[in-house]
Write a protein that binds this ligand. Structure first.
Ligand code: SF4
Ligand code: SF4
Length: 540
């Protein structure tokens, strides 16, 4: 046994494996190496202690939970709870505005939830978290559910809050494996005693009271929508856990591979990870605080620093407001082509690989006049003329692949989402596929900073193979036909221009030359207008 018992204390245990429900989200995409650290609190604590520069920003949902605690456990009204929380924590006014609306939406959802269990209309909020524990000679295995907890008459109900809606086509949905984990753990859970969860001490659990019915309800804070995801007996809950969660979880725990991707952003291992190349000076900036940077986040910050910050807080954004007709068309074209590139065995795109009906294909994103839809179909057909997949086989094509690098000088994790990576006889090629009404005539690296970043990654030897550097291509699909360009990654002039383009985009976020709101033009396509006080002043 790796732990010990201190006199008068709870058993200490360096070998605790502690899995919280949010950690099993998207299990099949998770990085096993990071997961192994995240679920071992003692290891994560030691790593986090060394990693003093990590950023920690308030998230929308954690703020909302603080307000709901005041309502449910201090018996305050919604307005009084918002006032108390505001006095105590001095939150960002944008966050406070959203939280007040979210509380109203949750209160509207309450009778709808009660109507789904008319036999037991009133449940009591439960302050203690729910968890279960298995002890054996080698380790302590613990599972805990995260969500708002309610109980009465043998019913245990978990409510999962979403910042968006949980109804309709655009709803946000917790994945099935996470629901299975939640219900299985809830069925066998005891209250977790004590306050803060200690990284070295196993959970101290209260008495087990067998539940008779388990429920999981999603609640949309955008509109008070609800979705009952599970309502069944403990036996059904445990069976669902075994069927949907236990297998993938065991596989993830047994795996020790590195899978670079979005997980790298907040990973405690990133500085020394063998799966992530270290590229000092990639962004041309210095940084003390750990950040994640991408072309998208750089652009967001450039438009308005607060817009970027609100995204980091996971405030809900109105996506429709952010998209132009061209953006919607570009996304649809990309998605169509990516699906063709994902075919196995690999096939080059043909001119006939276009949507059978532009109306059906574009329903939901294009205007009634059909102009954008017809242009999109033409672009997809044009792509066949320059599709590079002919003759490629095996594991040589990756669509929408994430390339991750760490810049220790900037203290930043850089995430590049590539449109297409393929390997021919001479090595790997990164192709950016862009759509535009007419071909770009200006500086390509400034217009498309993804290309500039790709050039710098190539120079750093990322994805180089047997001495052959990564090649970088631009495919522009335009109203007047496709244009294919190969960038000369060995040219000093191209490299210098790429450095300037990346540095120009990254600089302001790192130097904090600009911060706060930038009301004006940027508000026109900002998804946070509804919450942002600065935007309202502009409109007035
Ligand atoms: S840095 Fe990325 S690849 Fe490496 S362990 Fe962390 S998540 Fe996995
Ligand atoms: S509404 Fe305007 S000022 Fe507010 S975050 Fe958006 S762009 Fe910035």
């Amino acid at each position: 046994m790796t732990g010990s018992t201190e006199p008068g204390g709870q058993a200490t245990h360096a070998g605790i494996v502690r899995i919280q429900s949010w950690q099993v989200r998207g299990m099949r995409q998770r990085c096993p190496a990071r997961f192994a650290v995240d679920v071992r609190p003692a290891v994560a604590h030691a790593k986090a202690g060394a990693d003093v520069g990590r950023t920690r920003s308030a998230s929308a949902l954690s703020a909302l939970h603080a307000v709901l605690d005041l309502i449910e456990f201090d018996q305050l009204s919604g307005d009084a709870a918002i006032r108390r929380w505001t006095e105590k924590s001095d939150p960002d006014p944008t966050l406070a505005r959203w939280a007040a609306q979210a509380v109203r939406a949750i209160q509207e959802a309450e009778p709808k939830i009660a109507a789904t269990r008319p036999d037991t209309p009133v449940l009591e909020p439960v302050s203690r978290s729910w968890g279960r524990q298995r002890l054996n000679a080698e380790d302590v295995y613990e599972e805990a559910v995260v969500g708002r907890r309610y109980e009465a008459d043998g019913i245990r109900e978990l409510r999962l809050l979403s910042t968006n809606s949980v109804a309709g086509a655009a709803r946000e949905r917790t994945d099935d494996a996470e629901i299975a984990f939640l219900v299985g753990v809830t069925a066998g859970a005891r209250p977790i005693l004590g306050g803060r969860w200690d990284h070295q001490r196993r959970f101290s659990l209260g008495r087990f009271t067998a539940p008779e019915r388990i429920r999981v309800v999603e609640v949309g804070c955008a509109d008070g929508s609800i979705d009952v995801r599970f309502d069944g007996s403990p036996a059904e809950a445990l069976r669902l856990y075994e069927d949907e969660a236990a297998g993938p979880l065991a596989e993830l725990l047994a795996d020790d591979s590195y899978r670079p991707g979005y997980d790298c952003a907040k990973c405690l291992l990133v500085e020394s990870c063998p799966g992530v190349p270290s590229v000092p000076g990639l962004l041309g900036v210095t940084g003390d605080t750990r950040r994640t940077w991408s072309v998208t986040s750089g652009r967001e910050h450039q438009k308005c620093p607060d817009r970027y910050r609100f995204g980091e807080m996971f405030l809900p954004r109105e996506r429709a407001a952010e998209d132009s007709d061209g953006t919607r068309r570009g996304r649809a074209v990309h998605s169509w082509i990516a699906q063709r590139h994902d075919r196995r065995p690999i096939q080059a795109c043909r001119a006939s690989d276009v949507p059978a009906s532009s109306e059906t294909w574009s329903a939901g994103w294009a205007g009634r006049d059909g102009i954008e839809a017809r242009l999109g179909v033409q672009m997809i057909g044009d792509h066949a003329l320059v599709c590079p997949l002919a003759g490629l086989a095996g594991d040589t094509v990756r669509t929408e692949h994430l390339v991750v690098a760490f810049d220790p000088v900037a203290n930043a994790v850089i995430v590049a989402k590539t449109d297409l990576l393929y390997r021919d006889d001479h090595g790997w090629v990164l192709r950016e596929i862009k759509t535009a009404r007419s071909p770009e005539t200006g500086d390509l690296l400034t217009k498309y900073p993804q290309l500039a970043l790709a050039v710098l990654l190539s120079e750093a030897g990322v994805l180089a193979e047997e001495g052959a550097p990564l090649r970088v291509e631009l495919e522009e699909l335009t109203g007047s036909g496709p244009v294919l360009a190969t960038l000369d990654v060995s040219s000093d002039a191209v490299l210098a221009a790429a450095r300037r383009a990346v540095n120009r985009l990254a600089g302001p976020m790192f130097t904090m030359e600009t911060s706060g709101p930038n009301p004006g033009k940027a508000c026109a396509d900002c998804g946070f207008v509804r919450w942002c006080p600065a935007a309202r002043k502009t409109a007035a």
